[in-house]
Design a protein around this ligand. Structure first.
Ligand SMILES: Nc1ncnc2c1ncn2[C@@H]1O[C@H](COP(=O)(O)OP(=O)(O)OP(=O)(O)O)[C@@H](O)[C@H]1O
Length: 330
């Protein structure tokens, strides 16, 4: 958890639908960062829209944390910008009210969760009454008075979320918030993030290296590998291959001619012996249109639906980066 001190403001904040909170769009443009020979983030651009959950997906070492740290002004980029409605984090007039972040969870073990939050309130110039409000928001109203050192991992994650929510921010940036949560905790987190994004209209950016988790939580995903953008789009688009992300499976009694027609039209075609043809980098609509134009009979035409996990691995294959001394960084 990173402190995000802002200017002193003592006005009251309501959770839920605060009048001061307006939708904020996050824009990352051409962001790059190297650590020695490691290009952690490489000319990365994407956007995060209000009212939805965007999953920031990539294998270990893909550059997710570095990107989030740069967006929050904790790391200086070599090039590029990350802005919140056009303003970089360090220039926001009231950062704590605009962006809440959970990057790593560190608490003073002897301090109660409530005290931890009250310290943050004072540092950020927020009314200390916010501590109790956010504790009940994350379901820690009772546990808030106990020592944070005795909290379970799930409770720590909730406390971290509560800290991020103190300023009732329009944007939430969460780095692997489901790490170590049990299935019940993950279920709770999913519902909570949906409430924040879909009901309250906040902009939610959540990083993860697990596609399965994001598939159930996120509306959109930004997939990175080796610091570069490999795919950006909605889960539905990814799943259906509507953006040309997946493979299209076609079956035809004229597979040979179909292969020729599609090949001539510039598609990447892989015929198999049983009359099936796999076309990559396109959509069922485009393949169907070509076949129709050429008068080729089709018996089956569908997006490869089972392959989201496979697609993710394919997109990010071999793109993990491992630092020479992984344990010694940061
Ligand atoms: N402070 C640093 N010094 C040196 N190398 C770093 C530093 N921070 C990150 N790196 C390297 O940059 C690359 C990207 O790391 P980063 O932590 O951003 O990836 P990530 O996608 O968040 O991975 P993970 O899911 O493992 O947290 C890795 O090779 C990492 O070792």
């Amino acid at each position: 958890m990173e402190p995000s001190p802002g200017p002193r403001e003592e006005s009251a904040i309501d959770s839920g639908s605060s009048p001061h909170r307006r939708p904020v769009r996050v824009e990352v443009h051409g962001l790059s960062k190297s650590f020695g020979a490691v290009r952690a983030v490489d000319d990365l651009s994407f956007t995060v829209e209000p009212g939805s959950i965007t999953g920031f997906l990539g294998p270990n070492g893909a550059g997710k944390t570095t990107t989030l740290r740069m967006a929050l002004g904790l790391e200086q980029p070599d090039a590029g910008t990350a802005t919140f409605d056009g303003t970089p984090y360090p220039d926001l007039p009231s950062p704590v009210r605009t962006v809440g972040a959970v990057l790593e969870t560190a608490f003073h073990p002897a301090r109660s969760g409530r005290n931890h939050l009250r310290v943050y309130c004072r540092a950020a110039g927020l009314p200390v009454s916010r501590a109790d409000e956010v504790l009940s928001q994350v379901g820690l109203a009772d546990a808030g008075r106990r020592r944070a050192g005795g909290y379970s991992l799930g409770m720590r994650q909730r406390l971290a979320l509560a800290t991020a929510l103190l300023g009732d921010p329009a944007v939430l940036v969460l780095d692997e918030p489901a790490n170590g949560l049990d299935p019940e905790g993950i279920h709770w987190l999913r519902g909570f993030l949906r409430q924040l994004a879909h009901t309250e209209g906040r902009t939610v950016l959540v990083s993860s290296h697990l596609l399965a988790e994001m598939e159930q939580t996120a509306d959109r995903v930004v997939i990175v590998g080796a610091g570069r953008l490999v795919r950006e789009g909605s889960i539905t688009e990814l799943r259906s291959g509507a953006q040309g992300s997946g493979a299209v499976l076609v079956r035809s009694p004229e597979a040979g001619r179909l292969t020729e027609v599609l090949g001539a039209a510039g598609f990447t075609v892989a015929p198999s012996e049983d009359g099936r043809v796999t076309v990559t980098g396109t959509t069922p609509d485009a393949v169907g249109a070509q076949a129709f134009r050429a008068g080729v009979e089709l018996h089956e035409l569908r997006a490869e639906t089972s392959g989201l996990e496979e697609l993710y691995f394919r997109l990010t294959a071999g793109q993990e980066q491992y630092a020479a001394a992984e344990g010694s960084r940061r």
